[in-house]
Design a protein. Structure first.
Length: 594
């Protein structure tokens, strides 16, 4: 068990990045003395700082700011900490309104220097480097000489609302990164460029997989035929595996009465993310943001015996959540999506085994899609929670013991669970090392109470079941986006919408190409024939651009010998082989999910 967040925040690299953010703020204020500063934390892979400036920043501004930062670093300036009273801090930042607001939060003991909620009233500390002073709890390097000036880079500027509130001022956020060596920076910048090349929005357009159309609505996905084919393949595999593992499939409506969402608590805790209701015969109905209440009512539709448990309901249920326009991003953050949802209802004595099952099942599915590097995160009881302490202790132990039995690396996020139960999040690393959260295994002590769930125990008395939420792929839309970027559009053969394209060199080869295509289709291989009047090399190049796994070239020799000349999308050229041999190879690749 490793708390990597705490490990990172105590590391030298974290201090370097945090200190570089302060150095950037100093350079910005030297350039814009009338500027106002907000917050500037270290983050994964870098740092940012928010500013209110007299004009929009340009790329040339970033270059000059970065140059000045190197000068500050090379001056070997010391970072000095000073604890002050709230009144002293207000005097230092008398002309900085965002800092004054943060000081007020510190003074009241409501939030820290970065505006995060806190439980105890902290001391107020300032950090100074030369003439620049910032409100900060640290930590920082002792001296800027600990920062390598050739291992820093300013990356971009973005808009950011103060406190994330669209009713507050829009600030300019400068993102940057810092590393210990220039080689580490070079590797990071390569990964950034590779991420742009793999952007699912560009690849989705180039391969004609999906689109988002303004006339339809932001955050609403149109799946094109090839994207729809991949989605169907994912769904078919998902269904097959769930059926083989004891799940019952359920289907639920897209809307529900207000009373349902009042009972579940969504109207009290989640209403701002729900779409406005419609009035039907004097009753308010809401688009569903989640499937849970419907599955609960299916459970409640009959009296349950202890012998029936565990019960596992699975659904690919489309839900709708209001996302602000500023946070939507292609397939990754949308307003309508299909969640591969499941809910497990079990007895307390079944809980450890049920968690073992759902964890192992989740890992099996993720690995089947080619994700081998998987990290688990265990989130435990927060300060405010429902459920008795014994339930929490038992649930957390069941989750942690299951992770240990599975032998998977995991981190503990102390106090990071939802108010209604602890959870495990599974995050996968893609081909360029980025982490994506996909699966969640979430205990819920809240909804069984709210909906008064029971089963009849061996003693003939009613007992409360445990309930576990499980989203395996997360959502089909987001999962598809992750797959696109992981494979850069070159999907494994079993997921490729077109697995082989037949390329006749001349018109006299077209009839034979269609005969071979018929044989391949009978074998279950998805194939097309490119009979366009283009040169062979142009057809091969187009097939490679479309990421088609196999190109089967047909000329006189292949037609005479009942063969095809195989070329692969990675430019390998295995050459001529019999049609039968190719079918066997392709079916083997499909079976192995290569």
């Amino acid at each position: 068990m490793i708390d990597k967040k705490a490990e990172y925040e105590s590391s030298k690299l974290y201090r370097i990045r945090h200190s570089t953010a302060h150095i950037m703020a100093q350079a910005v204020l030297e350039k814009f003395p009338e500027g106002k500063v907000a917050i500037g934390p270290a983050i994964d892979d870098g740092f940012y700082y928010d500013f209110d400036l007299p004009r929009a920043l340009t790329p040339e501004d970033l270059e000059s700011i970065e140059k000045r930062m190197r000068g500050i670093i090379q001056s070997k300036v010391k970072f000095e900490r000073k604890v002050v009273s709230a009144d002293e801090a207000k005097k230092v930042f008398h002309d900085q309104p965002f800092k004054l607001e943060l000081i007020a939060g510190l003074e009241e003991g409501k939030e820290d220097e970065d505006g995060n909620p806190i439980l105890e009233k902290p001391e107020i500390s300032l950090y100074s480097q030369g003439a620049f002073t910032d409100l900060c709890r640290g930590p920082h390097v002792d001296n800027s000489s600990e920062i390598n000036p050739q291992a820093i880079k300013l990356l971009s500027v973005a808009g950011a609302y103060w406190r994330g509130d669209e009713k507050r001022p829009m600030l300019q956020r400068i993102y940057g990164t810092a590393w210990t060596t220039p080689d580490e920076l070079k590797d990071y910048l390569w990964r950034m460029e590779e991420a742009k090349r793999r952007d699912h929005r560009k690849i989705g357009h180039d391969l004609d997989l999906f689109s988002i159309v303004e006339e339809v609505g932001a955050g609403l996905i149109l799946w094109h035929p090839k994207g729809g084919k991949i989605r169907k393949l994912i769904e078919n595999f998902w269904t097959q595996e769930h059926e083989a593992n004891g799940y019952d499939f359920v289907f639920t409506p897209h809307i529900g009465k207000a009373q349902l969402w009042e009972t579940s608590g969504h109207l009290g805790f989640y209403k701002e993310n729900m779409y406005s209701p419609v009035d039907i015969e004097g009753q308010q109905y809401f688009l569903k943001p989640m499937n849970c209440p419907f599955h609960i009512h299916i459970y409640k539709s009959s009296l349950r015996s202890y012998r029936e448990l565990p019960i596992r309901y699975a659904e690919e249920g489309t839900v709708y959540r209001y996302e602000r326009s500023g946070v939507m991003h292609g397939l990754m953050r949308v307003r309508g999506f299909t969640q591969d949802d499941a809910h497990h209802f079990c007895r307390p004595d079944q809980m450890p085994g049920e968690i073992d099952f759902v964890l192992g099942f989740s890992l099996h599915i993720l690995r089947s899609f080619g994700f081998k590097d998987i990290q688990a995160y265990l989130s435990t009881k927060p300060e405010k929670s429902v459920g008795n302490p014994e339930q929490w202790t038992a649930a957390e132990k069941a989750l942690e013991d299951s992770l240990k039995r599975e032998g998977i690396d995991y981190q503990v996020d102390k106090g990071g669970g939802a108010f209604y139960g602890p959870k495990i999040d599974l995050k996968v690393k893609d081909a360029i090392g980025r982490e994506w959260q996909l699966s969640t295994i979430q205990f819920d002590f809240n909804l069984p109470e709210r909906f008064d769930l029971n089963y009849i125990g061996e003693d003939g008395l009613p007992h409360r079941p445990y309930m576990v939420h499980r989203a395996l792929l997360g959502s089909l839309e987001r999962f598809f986006g992750v797959l696109i970027e992981h494979y850069a559009g070159a999907f494994p053969v079993w997921l490729s919408p077109i697995q082989a394209t037949l390329i006749p060199i001349a018109d006299r080869h077209i009839d034979y190409a269609y005969k071979v295509a018929g044989d391949l289709k009978k074998a279950g291989i998805r194939v097309n024939v490119d009979e366009r009047p283009e040169r062979m090399n142009a057809k091969i190049r187009d097939a490679q651009n479309q990421k088609i796994p196999y190109m089967l070239v047909i000329g006189d020799k292949e037609m005479e010998n009942n063969e095809v000349a195989l070329r692969l999308r990675n430019n390998e050229n295995p050459g001529p082989m019999s049609v039968t041999a190719f079918i066997e190879q392709a079916k083997d690749d499909i079976e192995k999910k290569i």
